[in-house]
Every structure is written in C-alpha cells, then in structure tokens.
Design a protein around this ligand. Structure first.
Ligand SMILES: [Zn+2]
Length: 193
C-alpha cells in the first residue's frame, strides 16, 4: 500500500479541523476515497487530535502534576499559565479564555519529608480541600499543582492560600510554606458585552 502523491500531515490536520478552502477540501476528499494510504494517515491525525483533546480535558481536575507533564502540555501546543508565588508571599493571578491549564508552583525544601500534604485554604485560612500524601521528589525544590481551568475561568475574584505540610510518623504537622494566590476573575473577552 503506497501513494504517489501523499498529502502533507498539515493538510490532513487542516482537513480534519475543517480549515481548508472548499476547493482544496474537495480535492482531499476525492483523493481519500481512493487512497487507503492517505486514509490511514488521516486516522493517525484524528487519533492525535483526540489525544490532545483528552489531555485538555484533564485540565479540569485539581491535582499535583509532574514537570514532565507540564513540559508535555507545552509540546502539544496547549496554553499553560503558571504562577510561582514566593514562599510566604503572594502573587496576583488570573486566567484567560485561551488558557488550557493553570499551574501553581510552590517552592519548598522537601528533603527529609516523608509525607507531604497540599492544603488549600480560603482568605481567612479555613481549609477548603486537602490533597493528602501527594507525590513529590525530595530534591525537586518545588511542587506543582494544577487548579481546575474550568473552575478558574468561572471563579470570582478571590484569594486562595496553598499550604505545604509535612506529616511525621506520629501524625504531627509542620508547615513547609504558605503561598497566596490573589485571583482576579477572568475579564470578558472581545465577544462579551
Ligand atoms: Zn494518497
């Protein structure tokens, strides 16, 4: 199975996302009817597009993420917005309609820690959610988590305090660091009134 005039992957991608001019689209369609080789390549393009879409859906979960994960997102061409407030300090943050992922990076000395919890608190310090026993690398120097982009895009202006805690064998907590995110609600885009 072969093809003398295979389409460029970019053309097939544009075909799948309906971005071709009608005349060009017709040409591709006609060719695909008789060429299994290009049909197979189109199926590969579709599978890749679906993989990227499902990756984007993962952006709706609040979870701890690895550096490799964040790197992969950027490689897939997804829009990643990352904030790294200083330990003990705060940062102003927001999210736009174009963003796919919202990452918070918390710098901390994790060496010697056995168990680390990520506690998310409101402006007055009341815990709203806790991710217990999160994955971390002792030498990493930071923990990255993603806030749900779906939540963030709809959220009002609000303050989130993230706290990293180590838990010792006896269950005692020790604060590794507190990080304040001062979120400004997503401003309406050009289409809004
Ligand atoms: Zn072909």
């Amino acid at each position: 199975m072969n093809c003398a005039t295979p389409f460029d992957i970019g053309v097939l991608t544009d075909y799948w996302s309906a971005a071709l001019m009608p005349s060009e689209e017709e040409k591709v369609e006609e060719h695909l009817l008789s060429c299994d080789f290009c049909g197979d390549r189109l199926r590969e393009v579709i599978a890749l597009a679906e993989a990227v879409r499902s990756l984007a859906r993962e952006g709706s979960l609040l979870m701890v993420v690895s550096d490799a994960f964040v790197k992969r997102l950027a490689q897939e061409g997804l829009h990643v917005r990352e904030y790294a407030p200083p330990r003990g300090g705060s940062i102003a943050c927001t999210v736009t309609a174009e963003d796919d992922f919202l990452i918070g990076r918390l710098a901390a000395d994790l060496s010697g820690a056995k168990r680390v919890d990520l506690s998310l608190c409101n402006a007055v310090g009341a815990e709203q959610m806790r991710l217990a026993d999160i994955p971390f690398r002792a030498g990493a120097g930071s923990v990255a988590f993603q806030q749900s982009i779906t939540y963030a895009k709809a959220a009002p202006s609000e303050t989130l305090v993230a706290r990293l805690l180590t838990i010792d064998d006896a269950g005692g907590e020790r604060l590794l660091g507190a990080y304040t995110f001062q979120h400004t609600r997503t401003l309406p885009g050009p289409g809004a009134r």
